[in-house]
Design a protein around this ligand. Structure first.
Ligand code: KG4
Ligand code: ZN
Length: 341
């Protein structure tokens, strides 16, 4: 029997709704919030308000684009966390309202597991390549950097994590120092293509945990390099932007790959996926393919539209939970921190 899932994502600054028939995508609507750009980062208050404005038209459009009405939905999957509490509250409350009004079961989804399971969404006209279980996923987003061992859609273990900043934060904060708009990751990606990745050397971390990460030292090293250089030449950043971006990006990629390679060696797992906003980075995508070729990995890169926040990934994660009977009750509430999920 076919199962239709409506997914709702509102954890950060994108309001998104998607409809899946089993794992096949019927619609995926995303309203990105431009309001944060002028502040150089996401302002939680403004994000909640924009979600409140967007959520009804976004869900409505997702149902219409899928060619269905709400009574055809078997389950509503929503992001319970981690994320911004006020943003999550909008999605969770809306999902509950829809559930009560239409007598449809609710399924909560961990946002990070959603990113990982984005590898299992199929397009109506083609199946995408899926990793086999167990696989390792390098999850790199604006808020998290983890190596996750995935044994099944519902069984995952975080074997490495950042002890301070996330990789996306390193991109965004360094971009801000250079005067680039938020989010800086995609802009650095573009500028890096014209730069020399060996032009500058930045500090690399020494982290105790075998598969753990740290990015705050790199950020400080980047900041000091710029501060000292600008004292000598006020136009330093402008004149060296491409080289700075290329060198920074290259350092982030080397840090990410170093621990991922260790994790693959230590676990013997050679199906390797990446997920999350930073997995859109063209340098990282190329580097991981190259590293994989040398090591006999099967490497899985998500389609670009599934890298940053989207409800398709929430819907597919919800599909697997629904199939194993993991439904949520109506007193479910959002959770901001991953430790509390
Ligand atoms: O997964 P995501 O959409 O949201 C979170 O759950 O955090 O990730 C957003 C992050 C931001 O830090 C953004 O700068 C980064 O993903 N990002 C990129 C690229 N596209 C998005 N970073 C590097 N290169 C990109 N092309
Ligand atoms: Zn995300």
């Amino acid at each position: 029997m076919d199962i239709t899932i409506l997914g709702i994502e509102s954890s950060c600054d994108d309001t998104s709704a998607a409809v899946l028939r089993n794992t096949t995508l019927l619609s995926n609507v995303i309203a990105s919030q431009a309001v944060h750009q002028k502040y150089g980062g996401v302002i939680p208050e403004l994000a909640s308000r924009a979600h409140q404005q967007n959520i009804i038209p976004v869900v409505d459009t997702a149902l219409k684009e899928a060619g269905i009405t709400i009574d055809k939905v078997d389950a509503i999957a929503f992001t319970r966390g981690p994320g911004l509490l006020g943003s999550l509250l909008v999605g969770v409350s809306f999902a509950k309202g829809l559930s009560i009004a239409n007598n449809i079961p609710l399924v909560e989804v961990n946002h990070l597991q959603g990113h990982i399971l984005s590898h299992f969404v199929d397009m109506p006209d083609r199946e995408l390549p899926h990793p086999d279980f167990p696989f390792l996923c390098l999850l790199v987003s604006g808020g998290h950097t983890q190596i996750v061992r995935v044994d099944s859609p519902n069984k995952m273990e975080i074997i490495g994590t950042t002890i301070d900043d996330a990789a996306g934060e390193a991109f965004d904060k360094c971009a801000k120092v250079m005067g680039l708009p938020y989010p800086g990751g995609p802009i650095i990606d573009r500028l890096a293509k014209e730069g020399n990745a060996k032009a500058f050397k930045f500090a690399k971390p020494h982290v105790e945990g075998e598969f753990d990460y740290s990015f705050s030292g790199l950020k400080t090293s980047f900041l000091y390099t710029l501060r000292d250089a600008v004292k000598e030449n006020p136009n330093f950043v402008e004149e060296n932007k491409a080289d700075l971006c290329a060198s920074l990006q290259n350092t982030i990629i080397e840090i990410l790959l170093d621990k991922l390679i260790k994790a693959s060696k230590s676990t013997g797992i050679k199906d390797i996926a990446i997920a999350g906003g930073v997995s859109a980075n063209s340098g990282l995508r190329n580097a991981i393919m190259e590293a994989g070729k040398r090591r006999g990995w099967r490497t899985f890169l998500p389609e670009l539209k599934f890298t940053t926040d989207n409800a398709a990934m929430i819907a597919v994660a919800g599909y697997y939970r629904y199939m194993t009977g993991e439904l949520s009750s109506l007193d479910v509430s959002p959770v901001a921190r991953i430790q509390d999920l």
